[in-house]
Design a protein. Structure first.
Length: 185
């Protein structure tokens, strides 16, 4: 039997008990994955990272130090399959961690921020993006996914939480998203 690990990298206000990460964790467990959740705190208000690349990079580096400490005892080479599941700034932190430490991990990338694409390697994940996400331009996201050969889904009219404001639509979208996620394990 394979030994599998899923590492959860939450967003700032999107913790692992919110729908995208909560159901991803459940699906990972259903597929026999051990779950490791990382947490991080930031010393500065993160509203500025939306518009300031230097502030975003500083926040990612601050979180990285915390993640490195939390994952220092994980022997990634002992796992047959490793998947990083990130949301928002967590997608950039996960991608940077994998890049910096040479971790062979697949990625589930929920609503990446622009900085995420600085660290992603080709063909290593699946990106979910909302067409009305104010933190990541849709045309840029699609272009970079195409250039990197990363599979992606753009959720029409969805924001940074992949929500449209219509509960029925959001539940249907969540169901479709989780069907895709289920197939990634």
């Amino acid at each position: 039997m394979d030994k599998n690990l899923a590492v959860i990298f939450p967003g700032v206000g999107y913790h692992s008990d919110k729908p995208l990460l909560y159901y991803s964790k459940k699906l990972a467990k259903n597929h026999g994955y051990e779950i490791k959740e990382v947490k991080y705190t930031f010393s500065k208000d993160l509203n500025s990272i939306k518009t300031d690349a230097l502030q975003a990079e500083a926040a990612i580096n601050e979180a990285m130090a915390q993640v490195v400490e939390q994952l220092k005892d994980v022997d990634f080479s002992s796992y047959d399959n490793v998947i990083f599941i990130g949301k928002s700034i967590g997608t950039a932190i996960a991608a940077k961690y994998a890049f910096d430490y040479g971790i062979e991990a697949e990625s589930i990338i929920f609503t990446p921020i622009e900085m995420t694409f600085a660290y992603i390697n080709a063909c290593e994940g699946f990106v979910f993006h909302g067409s009305k996400d104010p933190l990541c331009d849709t045309d840029m996201c699609v272009q970079l996914c195409d250039e990197l050969s990363i599979t992606y889904a753009v959720i029409p009219d969805a924001n940074h939480s992949l929500e449209t404001g219509d509960v029925d639509t959001d539940i249907q979208n969540l169901h479709r998203i989780m069907k895709i996620v289920d197939g990634l394990f």
